[in-house]
Design a protein around this ligand. Sequence first.
Ligand SMILES: [Zn+2]
Length: 107
Amino acid sequence: MCEQCSGLIPVVKLKSQYEYFELLEQLRGMLTRKSIRLVDSTCDLEEVKPDGIWANDYIEHVFACTECGQHFHLGVEPYHGSGGTWEPTERSTRWLSHKKGTNQVNY
Ligand SMILES: [Zn+2]
């Protein structure tokens, strides 16, 4: 982690969809400023909105810091209302196991 991404709190348990979207808003701003980039996702970031139709049971996005390359994983289970998690991760391939049409290796 570097100065640019150290502001992203290491591990966050998102207790509600409200917290999830609040974080998402922050991430969208960082994407616009090119502080982070989207590495992989189970659906388009634009599709994820409070009143939108959820594409999957489990939505995941993997971001990377454009400065040091640190990966961050954001996962949320919209249908279960359990919020989600945000955490730094070493490998993006470990995630996105729910992605349709792919056979990911389970680590
Ligand atoms: Zn960084």
